[in-house]
Design a protein around this ligand. Structure first.
Ligand code: NAD
Length: 490
């Protein structure tokens, strides 16, 4: 499949540039964007350094005032128009997402579909009730309003670049915040240029959204910038910890959406074909490069061999290759460095006694769907987020053991429980110390309507999506009104 240089994403407009109040060159220069499947350069964009971030934040702060005063119905109209435009141009945009982030077609399609859903959800937030009347301790009127923070800095990762950027940007905009957004420098088109073009065409006032691709240095510049009030960060625990440290020191609100090592618990009464399919989808979708990926398949020892046989059969039929050329199940891993990390984790498991049943090999960046059994605590494969297509099977002998193995994780993002007995699965779900549990589904579930996130190294207690958005992207302002000023004791 070739990139179509259609009208909507005409690169004449943005090539070598970033999106400030308009498409402009950055002080820090340009970066090339490469297709991870082939290494081919597909575009170049403006890259931001500290000076570019400061420029963007100062402009955004000015633009934010009028945006916050705009009628909520008008903000909602622009967000709805943005959703329409994303859907209408999906056919042109999908090949860009596929090539830039190594996505198979269905995954790129999910980004368009969910991106538009997040925008529509944000449109509905714009017109939500925004405060409450509160009791007074004397004869006055007391009310508290939810107000925007001001400028929100958004930092997003490479894996679902469009959706994970839009979910913060759209929610922040809905309430009258301006946004400075820094997509990952490996995916600045899906995570940045497309979004800028959509909002430009949707009629967002100039300056309200500034998009500057860049690396950790640009992200850290956002965390210190006095014009930015909040950082909404999606990425690794390591990056998030650094962001929290710097932004905290500069008195900013910080929202962290970080990694996961997510258990899929398969009980002994599960349908094995369905459980194998859930395991494969959860572990291998987008080459396992998903925060909610099924990182551990915890299976009752009574059915472990039978489930393992079915999963191995499935994995050995999944093809890996360039998704833009062939219909494959798995595309490329994002970088050579990440391929090495996957290899190291698989080798560590085997050296410590796990069995490599299929895969464990790669052709360049195309890593084969891999199944390890006998994965145990003490192995990196048991404890770490792999971000590669590796299904790790571990066994348990009691429900309490399955719960303990899940809760002992450093992470706490998502879990799944598969059982024919919903009551039994639900009892386990209630015991799991994670942010999201799916009964009779694998762990990869997202969308705009539910509060997304989890404890420990998965986040800092914030959530994103659904009812959480109003909590995160606005703050309180208390206003009290007396009929007339009265004297005080002195
Ligand atoms: P990463 O932390 O290296 O990078 C994510 C973003 O943060 C990028 O834009 C990067 O440039 C920026 N960044 C990195 N270090 C920074 C710093 N010191 N200061 C400011 N910005 C910095 O993450 P990654 O490896 O590219 O992405 C994968 C990780 O993201 C995984 O751990 C995955 O689980 C996580 N993730 C979480 C969610 C979620 O919603 N919880 C969703 C997707 C991915």
């Amino acid at each position: 499949m070739n990139i179509q240089k259609g009208n909507f994403l005409d690169s004449e407009r943005w090539e070598g540039r970033a999106f400030f109040a308009d498409w402009q060159r950055t002080a820090a220069g340009v970066i090339e964007v490469t297709d991870p499947a082939t290494g081919a350069v597909i575009a170049s964009v403006g890259v931001g350094g500290g000076a570019d971030i400061r420029h963007a934040a100062a402009e955004a702060r000015v633009a934010q005032k009028a945006w916050a005063r705009m009628l909520p119905t008008e903000r909602a109209r622009i967000l709805s128009k943005a959703a329409d435009l994303l859907e209408q141009n999906g056919a042109e945009l999908i090949p860009w997402i596929m090539r830039e982030s190594g996505s198979i077609y269905p995954k790129a399609g999910i980004e368009i579909e969910h991106g538009a859903l997040f925008m529509r959800h944000a449109a509905s937030l714009a017109t939500a009730p925004m405060g409450m009347l509160i009791p007074a301790m004397d004869n006055r009127t007391n009310y508290a309003r939810r107000v925007p923070h001001g400028v929100v800095g958004v930092i997003s990762p490479f894996n679902f670049p469009l959706v994970l950027s839009v979910r913060s940007i759209a929610a922040a905009l809905a309430f009258g915040n301006a946004v400075v957004h820094k997509p990952d420098p490996r995916t600045p088109i899906s995570g940045g240029i497309i979004i800028a073009r959509i909002f430009e065409e949707a009629g967002l006032p100039k300056g309200v959204l500034q998009i500057v691709p860049g690396g950790a240095d640009a992200g850290e510049a956002m965390c210190t910038d006095p014009n930015i009030a909040m950082i909404s960060f999606t990425g690794s625990a390591r990056g998030g910890s650094k962001v929290a440290e710097i932004a905290g020191k500069h008195f900013k609100k910080v929202q962290l959406e970080l990694g996961g090592k997510n258990s899929l618990i398969v009980l002994d009464d599960a349908d094995l074909d369905v459980a194998a399919s859930n395991s494969a989808w959860g572990a291998f979708l987008h080459q396992g490069q998903i925060c909610m990926a099924t990182g551990l398949i915890l299976v009752d020892e009574k059915i472990a061999d039978a489930l393992t046989t079915k999963l191995v059969a499935k994995a050995s039929h999944l093809t890996a290759g360039d998704p833009s050329l062939n219909e494959v199940a798995l595309g490329p891993i994002i970088s050579d460095g990440q391929v090495e990390i996957i290899d190291e984790i698989v080798n560590d498991a085997v050296a410590k006694g796990a069995k490599l049943l299929v895969g464990g090999t790669h052709d360049g960046r195309f890593y084969a769907a891999t199944v390890l059994s006998g994965v145990k605590p003490g192995m990196r494969a048991f404890e770490e987020e792999i971000f590669g297509p590796v299904a790790c099977i571990a066994t348990f002998s009691s429900e309490q053991e399955a719960i303990a193995l899940t809760n002992n994780s450093d992470y706490g993002l998502a879990a799944g429980v598969i059982s024919a007995d919903i009551g039994r699965a639900l009892r386990i779900a209630e015991e799991l110390d994670v942010g999201m549990v799916h009964v009779n589904d694998q762990t990869v579930n997202g969308g705009p309507f539910a509060p997304f996130g989890g404890p420990r190294k998965s986040g800092n207690g914030t959530r994103i999506g659904g009812p959480a958005d109003i909590e995160e992207f606005t703050t309180w302002k208390w206003i009290s009104v007396k009929d007339a000023a009265t004297p005080h004791p002195f």
